[in-house]
Write a protein that binds this ligand. Structure first.
Ligand SMILES: [Zn+2]
Ligand SMILES: [Zn+2]
Length: 324
């Protein structure tokens, strides 16, 4: 089996392995006359290193053929190998300023996000005995994004050359602060990162100290906006490239609307913490990794409803509750 798929003469899709149920992240190599643009190289694991060695061998390219590394967003499954590739290729790593700010909060000196995330989860009802393992879990990501790259800031709104073609950079916050999609009008192609994914619904997390106080609001807004682009072919960060892009954006909006309604109904009988709403929605069999995403996603929904006045937040004994 080939380790890559060639789309449209110059875009290679490469499925870099992930040790999560997602199984792989789509990296894209775009060939140009001056070298290759590498989009979202993946998570830094030994398996991924070995995989890339084989894939590059099969493609007949070396590290020095990489002209630039471009990131749709800062999540470890996309950003993690950027520094590894930079060390070997000397290529610039480009990402949005907001994305780079998140990198600093998550994996910069002292990892400031971890402590504030644990405080946030405590306030929202997570049992104390889970907090310690959550701390370890957060710490375990540092090695998966190291070495960290020197970053060149990509200005959102400016166009960018990927290979030999010009792409528009579209700000699409929600799944991640500072998330960027790349659109080539000529061929109606959209590199959409994790903003729009077929079959699975991208996680939308509320995070402490983030510049996005209402990530679900941002996500729904950027889905509306990007759904208006004329897209023949979309290249997502997970699963397979797909058509019917606008339809997928509408499906995702509907998915969140029904989830919002479901959560609001839960809050009609009595006030609940975000942790309780999370357990009611996602069940009790989650791994720590899944629980972190599920609780942050629940918070994004509850905060969205609080901001639009559908539910209220009340405080009882240092814990926050929501009620319809
Ligand atoms: Zn992501
Ligand atoms: Zn991802």
């Amino acid at each position: 089996m080939s380790l890559f798929t060639l789309h449209n003469e110059s875009i290679y899709q490469i499925k870099a392995p992930l040790p999560f149920p997602l199984r792989w992240v789509n990296s894209y190599l775009i060939r140009g006359k001056d070298g290759y643009t590498l989009i979202d190289p993946g998570l830094h694991t030994e398996a991924a290193e070995q995989f890339w060695e084989q894939a590059m061998h099969e493609l007949g390219i070396g590290f020095r053929d990489i002209e630039q590394i471009v990131l749709t967003h800062h999540h470890p499954d996309h950003y993690g190998l950027a520094g590894y590739f930079q060390e070997r290729s000397d290529a610039p790593v480009r990402m949005s300023a907001i994305g780079y700010e998140q990198v600093g909060l998550l994996w910069g000196e002292g990892q400031p996000m971890t402590a504030s995330l644990l405080r946030l989860f405590t306030r929202h009802g997570m049992p104390e005995e889970m907090l310690l393992s959550m701390q370890d879990h957060m710490d375990s990501f540092v090695s998966l994004v190291s070495p960290q790259p020197k970053v060149s800031i990509m200005t959102i709104g400016d166009s960018i050359m990927l290979g030999d073609h010009e792409y528009a950079t579209l700000h699409t916050p929600g799944h991640a602060a500072g998330h960027v999609c790349f659109y080539r009008a000529e061929t109606k192609e959209m590199l959409c990162g994790d903003h729009v994914i077929p079959q699975i619904s991208p996680n939308v997390s509320y995070l402490p100290g983030s510049i996005d106080e209402n990530p679900l609001g941002s996500f729904l807004q950027s889905l509306e906006a990007i759904g208006r682009y004329d897209v023949a072919w979309a290249y997502p960060g997970h699963r397979e490239p797909f058509e019917k892009f606008s339809l997928r954006t509408q499906e995702l909006i509907q998915h969140h609307e029904s989830r919002l309604e479901l959560m609001r109904e839960m809050l009609l009988e009595r006030p609940l913490t975000a942790y309780e709403v999370c357990r009611n929605t996602f069940g009790n069999k989650l791994t720590l990794h899944q629980l972190r995403f599920a609780l942050s996603e629940t918070l994004a929904h509850l905060i969205y409803m609080r901001e639009s006045g559908k539910i209220k937040q009340v405080e009882q004994e240092a814990c926050l509750y929501f009620q319809a």
